[in-house]
Design a protein around this ligand. Structure first.
Ligand code: PLP
Length: 419
């Protein structure tokens, strides 16, 4: 559930009419609802209340905006980061280094050093090679890096191929069959304190069975390690829970996920860690756009909007669906293709979709744009970097400026020798 609703025929974010934000900031612009973010953060935490010891690390990559991170820090969330850049954001938002988890297959020595400087809580190692490097680096600095080993459980998350991460052929983690020997070798290295296992099988997961399978396999591996006298106090189960993108979508919610996890982790006697991203931020944001014009097409008209694939990449990247609704719906409907202005056919948000009837100048929103939206934005076609706004009741603030093409141009240089 979220707080984007029609009031007197006009779409609001909480108590603020979206048209007022569009008038003040211009379009396209992302709008986040503070009440929705807070609600999602609390619902997710409450769904895990049956577990004796829990740590939640928000997946920063889903929405790294500083204000969003600050809000989640105040809710007691830590962060799951995949680069030093994300780590510095989490720290800037007030999250203690100890509450930050560093994931990712390509941590560089420099990033590892910055993380050690920051007193980072946990490295999720994705290979034996990475563990050996981190151990040497930490030992040379007289430090001990706390780590888990990410295991690839070879489970099909049954989601889009590009966001599936837990199959044997994916680049993430170490092979399940080799995990125990690798863990034992890493645990023996000075400079490294191995404390558990990590798994993350994919994103936009809409069926709990693959996760149940993966977590069950991780529990079995944990028992094998303990049987060999190795220490396992933390089990990181990753993120990935899906969200409804269509009003008609029915999928498991945090309560169902929490019940499944409670069942599988019964008797684990470990701190269970989570890395939710989309389930917290997805339905907490919309992207406001203005219709530039409507032009005829071979079958259906093209609604050309001022948002494009550089602002919201998911439809172009993953054929993703975002509901498109008018800010002031007339009640009439139309069948149309929704496209952006970028010179690529992949700049298409929907084909042959039934939508609110719109015409040039009308405002509309793409819903469920709070996750993997602004964070993936770029300046392709020399467009501006899209701004972000947060609403709180009847007040709102710009939480990320629009970066104009002129600012980006100013960072480019023509070498003398070219003239
Ligand atoms: C992307 C990612 C997440 C978050 O995934 P969501 O689907 O947004 O919950 C969590 N952990 C890791 C390691 C990731 O790569």
């Amino acid at each position: 559930m979220d707080y984007f609703e029609l009031r007197n025929g006009e779409l609001h974010a909480e108590d603020v009419p979206l048209a007022a934000i569009a008038a003040a900031v211009g379009t396209p612009v992302y709008v986040y609802s503070r009440a929705t973010l807070t609600r999602h953060a609390r619902v997710f935490r409450e769904a895990l209340a049956a577990l004796p010891s829990v740590h939640i690390a928000f997946a920063v990559k889903s929405n790294p905006n500083l204000a969003v991170l600050r809000l989640l820090a105040k809710e007691g969330y830590g962060a799951d980061v995949v680069s030093a850049g994300e780590m510095h954001r989490a720290l800037a938002a007030g999250m203690p280094g100890a509450d930050i988890v560093f994931s990712g297959v390509g941590k560089t020595p420099r990033e590892m050093a910055e993380a050690l400087d920051a007193g980072l809580g946990q490295f999720n190692l994705e290979s034996e090679e990475e563990g050996v490097e981190l151990a040497a680096l930490a030992a040379a600095r007289g430090q001990t890096a706390v780590a888990t080993l990410r295991v690839n459980p070879d489970v099909d998350a049954r989601t889009h191929a590009k966001i599936s991460t837990g199959k044997a052929e994916n680049k993430f983690g170490v092979a399940y069959d080799r995990a125990a020997e690798i863990y034992a070798r890493l645990a023996a290295l000075p400079g490294l304190a191995m404390r558990g296992l990590a798994v993350h099988i994919g994103s936009q997961i809409t069926d709990l069975e693959p996760s149940r399978q993966a977590f069950t396999r991780m529990g079995a591996l944990m028992r094998v390690l303990r049987g060999q006298g190795l220490t396992v106090t933390h089990m990181d189960l990753g993120g990935g829970l899906g969200v409804p993108y269509k009003a008609s979508d029915v999928l498991p919610g945090p309560e169902d996920y929490g019940a499944m996890v409670a069942e599988v982790t019964q008797g684990w006697n470990a701190t269970v860690m989570f890395e939710p991203g989309r389930v917290i931020t997805g339905n907490s944001g919309v992207l406001i756009t203005q219709v530039i014009r409507v032009k005829p097409g071979a079958i259906n008209p093209f609604v050309v909007v001022d948002a494009a694939m550089n602002d919201l990449a998911r439809p172009a990247l993953y054929d993703a669906w975002h509901d498109f609704v008018a800010v002031r719906p007339s009640g009439e409907r139309m069948i149309a293709n929704i496209v952006g202005p970028i010179c690529e056919s992949s700049d298409t948000f929907a084909m042959g979709r039934e939508i609110d009837a719109v015409k040039a100048g009308d405002l509309a929103v793409f819903r469920t744009a709070g996750a993997y939206g602004a964070t993936m934005a770029n300046t392709y076609n020399s467009r501006a970097l899209v701004p972000e706004v947060m609403v709180d009741g009847d007040r709102w603030a710009v939480v990320a400026n629009r970066i104009e093409p002129a600012t980006i141009l100013a960072a480019e240089h023509v070498p003398e020798w070219l003239d």
